[in-house]
Design a protein around this ligand. Structure first.
Ligand code: BES
Ligand code: MN
Ligand code: ZN
Length: 496
């Protein structure tokens, strides 16, 4: 999708469709009023009939009004007069969705915008572009019937933007394009079924990404290499599976900027049955999304490489299946992590923390400025925060705050949970240094506390995306979150 801004008069735009906002009660937004004057009052005469009251995210396509170059006008309900970011985004998504169902190839969009201190021109460009990508996303489905025709829409101009602010808005669009593509990559990967998206498939995707982008280097550790690294916890999880595990190391080497990289670690369980501590069958299919952390990290790397950020970034993706079998780990088994800590596996369904603890240990060799792991780690996080916020835990409050702030700017929100030492004390084992579970209470945080045991001396944050990375039910699928949050975080770390 080609996305740009426009600065001048909307009525003069040579686009297939002009898109304007209408507030509650049929009141025209500024751009719509100008258009209406130009068209001799045709829009306001129509609205007077009351057929289109301007309720948020409703749309109506009108045939062209007189004296305009465009062949159509799309009215979009924007609700009340004060335009919040959330409402603006909803209206924009509704507009793009409606456009995608027409044969319009180009559109100029002039919805009422939130106040500049809510959303400046740079963020306007970035958020709008991300929202357009999200609205146009189609699941790469495996249905055998004929597919609906691809949307004709190929060019969108956003505005009006003041000429002095055009550069900022265009920079936002460029960042939004990279972020939107990253989110799309995440969604494509996470939506694939577990029999297609295996650990080997993820490794191939990382290799393909590295081939497309000159700044990326990839290395895939095979089972023998993983054994040489003494990753006993990771190996314990994969031992019940017939699919070979992979440990993906994908590095973006910046041409300038600080040496110390940001390390992103993504949980890559391509299917989580629970293992011998088998899950209930209800909604178990959703455990194909248990590699969402890995997918988010690969999406973020695609963004970093496309923008060629002046920041070294390393992605670490431990990936395997969690299966029951005659060779699978059993409750009570004790294994030794790469860090040397012994772990009693009381519940084989708490497998994410086992693959992550070995990856976090591996991160040390990069002497990172910060380590952030992303994982669909606990059902307890979904109970605590629902789908609206990603859970953040950290051994460094400043880093946690940085991520929460990035989530606010990106409208991809996160909330910090308290990772105080009491939670770690719940992970006592009679037989090993550490147990891998600590009962139901505070389950999201005790999982974080388990990881924290492996991060001494690192500046580390953990993001539990179990609630935010995908939705179940009728609209089942990956959300692409939190790629937008990571984009903001990494852009800021890169000084952009
Ligand atoms: N992948 C799951 C967490 C999960 C659950 C994500 C539901 C999304 C929705 C994870 O591996 C898991 O099974 N966690 C257990 C931990 C428990 C055994 C301590 C859980 O949350 O039940
Ligand atoms: Mn599990
Ligand atoms: Zn899992």
């Amino acid at each position: 999708m080609q996305i740009d801004i426009f600065t001048g008069n909307l009525a003069q735009r040579d686009a297939d469709c002009l898109v304007v906002g209408v507030h509650d009660g049929g009141e025209l937004c500024a751009a719509a009023a100008a258009l209406d004057r130009r068209a001799g009052g045709a829009i306001s005469r129509f609205l007077k009939r009351g057929d289109f009251p301007g309720r948020l995210a409703e749309t109506l396509l009108l045939p062209a009004a007189p004296r305009l170059k465009a062949t159509r006008i799309l009215l979009v309900g924007q609700g009340g007069k004060s335009v919040t970011r959330r409402n603006w985004r909803k209206a924009l998504v509704a507009a793009v969705t409606a456009l995608s169902r027409t044969r319009c190839a180009s559109a100029a969009v002039a919805l009422a915008r939130p106040e500049p201190r809510e959303l400046d021109d740079y963020l306007f460009g970035r958020s709008a572009t991300e929202a357009i990508h999200a609205a146009l996303y189609r699941v790469n489905d495996l249905k055998s019937g004929t597919k609906p025709a691809a949307p004709a829409l190929a060019r969108i101009a956003l505005g009006p933007v003041r000429p002095t602010r055009a550069a900022a808005a265009r920079r936002g669009i460029a960042h939004g394009q990279a972020s939107g593509k990253g989110a799309r990559l995440m969604r494509d990967l996470a939506n694939l079924p577990g029999n297609v998206c295996t650990p080997g498939y993820l490794a191939d995707q990382a290799r393909a990404l590295a081939e497309r982008h000159p700044s990326l280097r990839v290395r895939v550790l095979e089972e023998a290499d993983i054994r040489a690294e003494k990753m006993g916890c990771f190996l314990a999880v994969t031992q019940g599976s017939d699919q070979p595990p992979k440990f993906i190391v994908l590095e973006h080497k910046a041409k300038r900027g600080p040496r110390a990289p940001v390390v992103l670690v993504g949980k890559g369980i391509t299917f989580d049955t629970g293992g011998i501590s088998l899950k209930d069958p209800g909604a178990m299919d959703e455990m194909k999304f248990d590699m969402s952390g890995a997918a988010a990290v690969l999406g973020a790397m695609a963004m970093v490489a496309e923008l060629d950020l002046p920041l070294n970034v390393v992605a670490l993706v431990p990936t395997c299946e969690n299966m029951p079998s005659g060779r699978a780990i059993k409750p009570g088994d004790i294994v030794t992590s790469a860090a040397g800590t012994t772990v009693e596996i009381l519940n084989t369904d708490a497998e994410g923390r086992l693959i992550l603890c070995d990856a976090l240990h591996y991160a040390r060799r990069f002497k990172p400025q910060a380590v952030v792991d992303l994982a669909t780690l606990t059902g307890a996080c979904v109970i605590a925060l629902g789908m609206h916020h990603t859970g953040v835990m950290a051994n460094d409050d400043a880093l946690a705050r940085e991520l929460v702030d990035s989530g606010l700017r990106a409208d991809d929100r996160a909330w910090q949970l308290p990772l105080t030492e009491e939670y770690g004390e719940q992970l006592k084992s009679n037989f090993a240094d550490l147990a891998n579970v600590a009962g139901r209470d505070g389950g999201a945080i005790t999982a974080g506390a388990f990881l924290a045991r492996f991060t001494k001396g690192l500046r580390w944050a953990h993001m539990d995306i179990a609630g935010s990375a995908y939705v179940g039910g009728g609209a089942k699928g990956s959300t692409g979150r939190p790629v937008a949050l990571l984009t903001d975080f990494l852009l800021r770390r890169a000084g952009r």
